[in-house]
Ligand binder design. Structure first.
Ligand code: HEC
Ligand code: HEC
Length: 359
């Protein structure tokens, strides 16, 4: 097997055990063999991570085990616009399945067409992270999953009691919460259900994965193969976008904002540590060619612009990460790098939003 890249953090990747043969046999005879592991949920005994993802690194809190019913409930809550003050905003407004769970806008538009100051990141592969949001202010996906409801520029509730009271007017939800949690609707249970749904949104088995992990020579073009080498070495990308999910889960100041008069202090607002001034979480690069525009302020419309930005050494400021330096990439090298980034589109998250909601 050809092993060009060294992106994996550690732990040997487990090969998927489901072969096409077994899929056909199972379909023919209609039995649900334990080999049909795609039906299993992350963390379950018979679950296998999609190719390229390392199942040893998933984070599922003990007090919120994944169950199919909870994931289904979370999916309804994620896409139901009634979970906003005026029935116009769902999580799914800004995290659309059609654009890899982002919204395709530089910054998001929420209730009353109000705009926030940051770009919507993808909700894909969140189960590999603890700290959520660009500044990592939510320590768990559970905490993240209730935050937007009380944002005045997102779902617009004054407080979570208002959300819970509104959900309680929908009998169908009362019944579903009883079924899933054996109790009434609470803010925490809403968060648990939505977090569970988000944990099932995975991206793996991309052309890059097939090339690197399966040795499938033709999976990515020669240009993308050159781009991968650049990504690992000359362009220094893996100093931060490391490991199977292309992130060190740390915070860095590249200089985004420092050419404007409204500097977002990023991680510093959470830690008050001067080293964190203007630092933002390294985002995953999986699905990146489908989630433009880029950076926390959504300033770049194309991956080529992102590469140009890194090539120049970001935007200088007193707090810039010292690993960001000019790269001296040639024109063709920049193209190769972009070509590589385009091979990171995988599967495991594609879906249609529900068409029916509880009454
Ligand atoms: C009005 C648009 C909007 C709505 C509605 C919205 N989000 Fe977001 N979402 C954003 C933006 C913008 C960010 C980045 C905010 C930040 O980091 O400060 C974000 C961040 C996130 C993240 C963090 C991803 C990461 O990599 O750290 C997750 C997960 C997420 N949202 C899920 C949800 C869920 C669940 C809901 C519904 C409860 C929701 N969003 C509602 C726009 C929205
Ligand atoms: C010093 C750490 C670091 C290095 C080195 C680095 N990145 Fe990043 N990358 C980040 C951080 C942090 C962000 C988010 C910055 C922000 O929005 O303020 C980011 C954002 C991005 C984005 C936009 C992601 C999105 O969802 O909007 C892309 C694309 C990207 N990086 C690609 C690259 C490539 C290609 C390289 C190599 C040329 C590279 N990065 C090198 C840390 C780094």
């Amino acid at each position: 097997m050809k092993q060009l890249a060294t992106l994996r953090t550690n732990a040997v990747h487990k090969k998927r055990s489901i072969s096409g043969f077994w899929i056909i046999i199972s379909l023919l005879f209609g039995f649900s063999s334990p080999l049909m592991s795609w039906a299993a949920l992350p963390g379950e005994e018979d679950w296998e991570a999609p190719l390229g993802l390392d199942g040893d690194f998933i984070v599922i809190p003990k007090d919120n085990p994944l169950t199919k019913e909870k994931v289904e409930l979370g999916k309804l809550l994620f896409f139901d616009k009634r979970l906003s003050k005026n029935n116009t905003i769902a999580c799914g407004n800004c995290h659309l399945p059609s654009v890899a769970f982002t919204d395709g806008q530089p910054v998001s538009t929420g209730i009353h067409r109000l705009q926030g100051r940051r770009s919507a990141p993808t909700s894909i592969n969140r189960l590999f992270s603890t700290a959520q949001f660009w500044d990592g202010r939510a320590a768990t996906l559970e905490a993240q999953s209730t935050g937007p409801f009380v944002s005045p520029v997102e779902h617009g509730f004054t407080n979570h009691d208002e959300l819970v009271a509104k959900l309680n007017t929908i009998n169908g939800y009362q019944a579903l919460f009883q079924q899933v949690f054996h109790g009434p609707i609470t803010k925490d249970r809403v968060g648990h259900a939505i977090a569970s749904f988000q944990r099932t949104l995975l991206s793996g088995n991309s052309p890059y994965d097939r090339f690197d992990y399966e040795g499938e020579e033709g999976a990515i073009s020669p240009a993308a193969q050159r781009g991968l080498k650049l990504f690992l070495k000359k362009a220094r990308c893996t100093r931060c976008h490391s490991g199977f999910n292309f992130t060190d889960e740390k915070f860095h100041n590249l200089g985004i904002d420092w050419d404007t008069d409204h500097i977002d202090l990023g991680r510093f607002t959470v830690t008050k540590n001067p080293e964190d001034i203007g630092a933002f979480k390294t985002p995953t690069l999986r699905e990146i060619s489908g989630t433009a525009p880029y950076m926390h302020d959504g300033r770049f419309a194309t991956l080529r612009q992102v590469v140009e930005f890194y090539n120049k050494g970001g935007i200088k400021n007193p707090h810039q990460d010292n690993t960001i330096i000019p790269l001296e990439l040639t024109g063709p090298e920049k193209e190769d790098l972009v070509e590589f980034l385009q091979t990171l589109r995988g599967e495991g998250w594609q879906m249609e939003p529900p068409t029916k909601f509880p009454n």
